[in-house]
Design a binder for this molecule. Sequence first.
Ligand code: GRF
Length: 201
Amino acid sequence: MATPQALKLAILISGRGSNFQAIHQAIVNKKLTAEIKLVLSDQAQAAGLDYARQHQLPTLVIEKQAQESRSAFDQRLQTAIDASGANWVVLAGYMRLLSPEFVRHYQGRVINIHPSLLPKFPGLRAQRQALAAGEEKSGCTVHFVDEGCDTGPIIAQREVPVLADDTEESLSARILTQEHQLYPEVLQKIADGKIEFKARG
Ligand code: GRF
């Protein structure tokens, strides 16, 4: 089992940033022993950046240039993350696939949250996928990030019921409530050395 470590987080967002806010609130409320070293967005307009600035957290926007390769873009992210002193990368509504080089550089130290019970419904609009499939339950998953899309080793899941009159919005809201609890809890378990990454194979 890994020894307890102080988590130094780089949180990557592309939009609203409510999971990032939940993580920050858990730190403020002393439910999570971690420090946010960087809030990084690939979208200058991401609403989560406003929250970060209001709370005096270090922010950075790195936008992808038109002809830039994924590797070159991710190399810029990596340089910024490493310069921040972060030792864990937390994807919180970050809408880009990461390059193999980036994933290898941080192997076992990049996690994501996804609004389905993976391996079911990876990719975009997972809640709509669950509704379309007629599922009776759905939920959220925190997982290590590998080179695929929502395919890495699963760390923890939380279930919610799918109700007969659910819309994509109502199901998303029910799942999101669970996301906001699960993500800080998983991070605390990582800080406590209770979660260990094992590469597949
Ligand atoms: C969440 O539903 C998360 O599971 C998914 O993207 C959404 C991000 O929401 N990866 P927010 O930006 O954290 O509010």
